[in-house]
Design a protein around this ligand. Structure first.
Ligand SMILES: Nc1ncnc2c1ncn2[C@@H]1O[C@H](COP(=O)(O)OP(=O)(O)OP(=O)(O)O)[C@@H](O)[C@H]1O
Length: 464
């Protein structure tokens, strides 16, 4: 009877062990247990796979010894035993695997009787996490670059760092949306054509032609036929079929009349008519020609003054000046100078296949200059420096003499003005002190005494 009870216990015990073994094998994690003395009691087959340990050497052995002899790569279970609490940590093994190790203490009363440790191979997960992070980093880099590229494309390579220039571009973009005439004024080389192109390319006529004519560069007798064309056989040397003028060439687009202040008086009348009636007469023609052109006029002269002096027709001035955009000279928007310098360096590096840069002394010098020729002069200067510089770094020596001499001279004048002011102040104060001393003393001798100088010194100063 007793025997049969024992046997049934033994059977149950065996079955339990089988069950535990089956449970331990059913997981992709490595599992092992140690007793309260750190002796390895049991493990599953994943232990060999994940920790790469020789499992034939560990059963019944002390984990501490195994760790010290390098047979076992970790001892989290011992920490758990020591601290009597659950411990989870991650570890990178010698073979590069990333594992997460969790040890759980099993208690009898207050005492830990054994520790179960579970090890999960995280290598793939860590790899995936790293890859994900890399992808995130890459995509945020791409996003940043895209934003810069978009910004560059949007501003179509127009530099506007200063508030003054930002306002100009803003106004140009707004005015681009309405088909009105615009008068752009500004010193030579400030970027009037650049702004006219923005108005053209951001408006309804962007797919039409952008045509420019410099009214001051063409002789008066040719300008009329250049603008309005001429009819068949209208003058000797004319083409037989006649020739269209720029008002026809620019149909559907924009016509930029540069240096409008140079337009001869007679042509001013003709231009006014085109603007009012959208039609004109070719030279020698009797029938009018229709036109559909947006006119932008540009000038570096003071048209208002010209109107007062009767050099420019008042009615045309008002017709052109529906919206006026004034571009300030570069010296009044110094914030644009540095970005323009780098913009042109990169432009000409690309053109000449260079990889040159500029040093800070040279930048300082360019910042101190007044740029009477504005952006065009700066652009030419950078091209000149880049082409002539013997090294990859544009230094102070590469700044053209015409610029460095002017900057040096201006700095010298400023310095002189500063010291002169100081000298004048000291002299006038000295004069006041001497006068006071003379007034408050009975004679010259006493005044010298009050002032603490020799009478000959006082005499000399008085003479001065
Ligand atoms: N804001 C800017 N950003 C980049 N380049 C510019 C800018 N302004 C002007 N430039 C460049 O400077 C040069 C002169 O500009 P632009 O021809 O438009 O000046 P302008 O005022 O029309 O000159 P002009 O009075 O002689 O007709 C051009 O090469 C132009 O590309």
């Amino acid at each position: 009877m007793n025997n049969s009870v024992d046997l049934s216990y033994e059977t149950k015990y065996r079955e339990l062990l089988l069950e535990i073994g089956a449970v331990m094998e059913s997981t992709p994690d490595a599992i092992y247990t140690i007793d309260s003395k750190g002796i390895v009691l049991r493990f599953n087959s994943m232990l060999k796979k994940i920790l790469n340990v020789d499992t034939s050497k560990i059963l019944g052995k002390n984990l501490k010894d195994l760790k010290e002899r390098g047979i076992f790569p970790e001892n989290v279970a011992l920490l758990c035993l020591e601290q009597k609490k659950e411990i989870t940590l991650t570890q990178k093994l010698d073979d590069g695997k990333h594992v997460m190790i969790s040890s759980y203490p099993m208690f009898k009363g207050n005492e830990v009787i054994f520790v179960v440790t579970k090890i999960r191979d995280m290598t793939e997960l860590v790899q995936m996490k790293n890859e994900l992070e890399q992808i995130k980093r890459l995509s945020s880099n791409y996003y940043r670059e895209l934003k810069i590229l978009r910004k560059m494309a949007e501003s179509s390579d127009v530099i506007a760092q200063s508030d003054a220039m930002k306002n100009v571009i803003d106004l140009a973009r707004r005015v681009a949306q309405v088909d009105t005439t615009v008068l752009i004024s500004g010193e030579s080389g400030t970027g009037k054509e650049v702004i006219a192109k923005i108005i053209h390319s951001e408006g309804k006529r962007k797919n039409g032609p952008f045509v420019k004519i410099n009214c001051g560069a063409i002789p008066e007798n040719l300008l009329e036929s250049e603008l309005f064309g001429y009819a068949e056989g209208s003058f000797t040397g004319a083409l037989k079929k006649g020739k269209p003028g720029l008002f026809e060439v620019a149909t559907g687009g924009t016509l930029l009349l540069d240096e409008i202040g140079d337009l001869p008086f007679l042509l001013q009348v003709k231009l006014l008519r085109v603007l009012q009636d959208s039609e004109f007469y070719r030279v020698g023609d009797v029938a009018p020609t229709k036109t559909d052109v947006r006119v932008i006029a540009a000038t570096n002269r003071n048209l208002e003054e010209m109107v007062k002096k009767r050099l420019f027709r008042e009615d045309l001035y008002y017709r052109l000046n529906v919206v006026q955009i004034t571009i300030p000279p570069l010296r009044e928007r110094k914030n644009d100078i540095i970005p323009l310098i780098y913009h042109f360096i990169s432009k000409f590096n690309e053109k000449y296949n260079f990889n040159k840069n500029i040093n800070s002394d040279a930048v300082e010098m360019l910042l101190d200059y007044d740029w009477p020729g504005n952006v065009r002069e700066l652009e030419n200067t950078i091209e000149n420096m880049l082409v002539l510089s013997p090294t990859n770094s544009l230094s102070l020596e590469t700044v053209p003499k015409s610029i460095s001499e002017k900057v040096d001279l201006a700095n010298e004048h400023r310095e002189n003005a500063r010291t002169t002011t100081l000298g004048t102040l000291v002299a006038s104060y000295e004069k006041k002190v001497i006068n006071d001393a003379l007034e408050n003393s009975k004679d010259f001798e006493e005044a010298a005494k009050i002032l603490g100088v020799h009478r000959t010194t006082l005499l000399r100063k008085l003479k001065k």
